[in-house]
Design a protein around this ligand. Structure first.
Ligand code: TYD
Length: 139
């Protein structure tokens, strides 16, 4: 069974705070439901720009607004939902098989991604019609 958008949840991450600032530690398979094998971040996104526009066959991801805010539009081929991220101690868990668009970046936003595997172009579905076709096939 392929995951639906309802399997993609916002996770409240640990926050160690005092008056000198906060720390959010994230441990694989403890604070998030996968092992982290790659980290990347998006920044200097021009106003009005849209990113994402793809799905992954296998990759699990946690998306965090390390700074600023943006919206993530999730789509499983049947339903869509929009999640606003704007706090560094919350992350959106995105299961494999979900199309995502990244929109409405605030100026200075930093989108941090924790990913379950190394970069592989073969794991991307970048064509929406192909995505829908894949979602509608059994398995
Ligand atoms: P992509 O994942 O399509 O970006 P976004 O979803 O943020 O719009 O990646 C954009 C380009 O960067 C693409 O040519 C592949 C490259 N890239 C890497 O080489 N390594 C990586 O870990 C990532 C995430 C992207």
């Amino acid at each position: 069974m392929k995951a639906s958008i309802y399997n993609c949840n916002v996770i409240e991450l640990p926050k160690i705070h005092n008056r000198a600032g906060n720390i959010t530690p994230i441990a694989s398979n403890k604070d998030i439901p996968f092992s982290i094998r790659r980290i990347y971040y998006l920044y200097d996104v021009p106003g009005g720009e849209t990113r994402g526009g793809h799905a992954h066959y296998e990759l699990h991801q946690l998306i965090i607004a390390a700074s600023g805010s943006f919206d993530v539009v999730l789509d499983d081929g049947n339903n869509k939902k929009t999640v606003t991220l704007n706090r560094p101690n919350y992350g959106l868990y995105v299961t494999p098989g979900i199309w995502r668009d990244l929109i409405n970046f605030s100026s200075g936003a930093v989108l941090l991604v924790l990913a379950s595997n190394k970069y592989s172009e073969q794991d991307y579905i970048r064509d929406y019609a192909e995505f829908l076709n894949w979602r509608r096939n059994a398995g």
